[in-house]
Design a protein around this ligand. Structure first.
Ligand code: OFO
Length: 175
């Protein structure tokens, strides 16, 4: 039965493996944003907390999208294990520095799948992954803009934290 399924699947095993890794990365990304949102929330940054709660939901959607694609293509979608994520942060700035770093890591993983699709002539998955390529470009841009705001607004000035909380949250609102 498994062999028959494999014959019926147009997914190359190596690509199926990378897609399952991607599913876990997206699932982890959701949990990372959730922990960041909770930290912002309990430290009084209500607006950026809402922004990152929303990001956590989006990452969950990204996870489901790739997870379902694996099954749709006749592959075996493996439910990812839940990894530990960072719960405490030194500052709001550190949250957004880590967010950018995480987004760059996700982009690299997406690019790795596209490169593999090209060597295996898997045009369907390459086309599917283009949605992620575009999404990552947008998310990296937003994460960079958030960090840029720390250059423009002094976090340690009187109302700096308050202003940053408001301005960074606007990035999410204009997505
Ligand atoms: Fe899944 O969009 Fe960024 O990480």
């Amino acid at each position: 039965m498994k062999d028959l399924l494999r014959t019926n699947s147009s997914l190359h095993e190596g690509i199926e493996k990378l897609l399952n890794i991607q599913a876990k990365i997206e699932s982890d990304a959701s949990n990372k944003y959730l922990a960041m949102a909770a930290w912002l929330d309990r430290n009084g940054f209500a607006n950026t907390a809402d922004y990152l709660y929303k990001q956590a939901e989006e990452e969950r959607e990204h996870f489901l999208k790739v997870f379902k694609y694996i099954t749709e293509m006749g592959g075996i979608a493996v439910t990812p294990t839940v990894s530990e994520v960072q719960q405490e942060f030194r500052s709001m700035k550190e949250v957004f520095e880590i967010a950018l770093q995480n987004e760059i890591t996700v982009t690299n993983a997406v690019n790795k799948i596209v490169a593999k699709c090209r060597t295996e002539n898997d045009y369907a998955t390459e086309e599917f992954m283009m949605w992620y390529v575009k999404e990552q470009r947008e998310e990296e841009k937003n994460a960079r803009r958030a960090l840029e705001l720390f250059e423009l607004i002094d976090e340690n000035s009187g109302s700096g934290k308050f202003e940053l909380d408001k301005e960074i949250a606007k990035i999410g609102a204009i997505e």
